[in-house]
Design a protein around this ligand. Structure first.
Ligand code: SF4
Length: 218
């Protein structure tokens, strides 16, 4: 697709977005823009279905929604509360360690810059970008597997890893779309442009999409 086609793509996705199931972390951020909750929800969401993330996050935040309270909850209890999230024992340990460090080193406040967030165990670029964008409304591009896959299928980038996609998007994507691109493409990827057999025949942007790497579609 031509670089300028991104405006048409975003316009269509914005319209379709209203019909789709909203990603779990977005639901958390819409209810409450707490950077701490967004950070914790992101950690819970890794390798976990959205339905499970939403329920596990809500259960955990009913028990503890600040680093001060979270740091005193035993790892086993956090693990029980977020079960059946994937790797729930590891995540429980990470969540508690993050809460402890936030209190000890950051005055209980989540930092608002990506480089600082990356110093926490369990926090990768995807999580750091999501916290900065959804929690603080600052520029960032959160690239997960959906954003990476769809941007490549569209031919908007040609990259091998989500990190490379983030850097390519930072160089190319108009800044006004940086924050919402994750939401739009995660919802699009979960509801239409599936990892396997995307629904290309009914896709409203199929005339713009060269379907790079798509072997089978419906
Ligand atoms: Fe995805 Fe197919 Fe639409 Fe391209 S045409 S964006 S591959 S669903």
């Amino acid at each position: 697709m031509e670089p300028n086609d991104i405006h048409k793509v975003i316009a269509v996705l914005r319209e379709e977005y209203r019909l789709w199931q909203v990603p779990a972390v977005t639901i958390v951020s819409e209810c409450d823009h707490s950077p701490f909750k967004i950070l914790v929800s992101c950690i819970i969401s890794l390798r976990t279905k959205d339905e499970v993330t939403a329920v596990a996050s809500a259960r955990l935040f009913a028990r503890a929604d600040t680093p001060e309270v979270m740091q005193d909850i035993p790892n086993d209890e956090i693990a029980d509360v977020i079960y059946p999230a994937g790797f729930y024992r590891n995540k429980a340990r990470q969540i508690r360690e993050i809460a402890q460090r936030l209190v000890a080193e950051y005055g209980g406040k989540v930092p608002d810059c990506i480089d600082e967030l990356l110093k926490f165990k369990g926090v990768g670029r995807k999580t750091a970008n999501l916290v900065v964008t959804l929690g603080f409304g600052k520029p960032g591009i959160c690239v997960d597997t959906h954003v990476h896959r769809i941007c490549n299928r569209l031919g908007y980038v040609s990259t091998k890893t989500p990190e490379a996609t983030e850097m390519a998007l930072r160089a190319k994507l108009p800044p006004e779309y940086w924050i919402e691109i994750n939401d739009l493409l995660v919802a699009f990827g979960q509801n239409h442009c599936y990892p396997i057999s995307p629904r290309c025949t009914t896709c409203r942007i199929n005339s713009l999409c060269p379907r790079v790497g798509v072997k089978k579609y419906r």
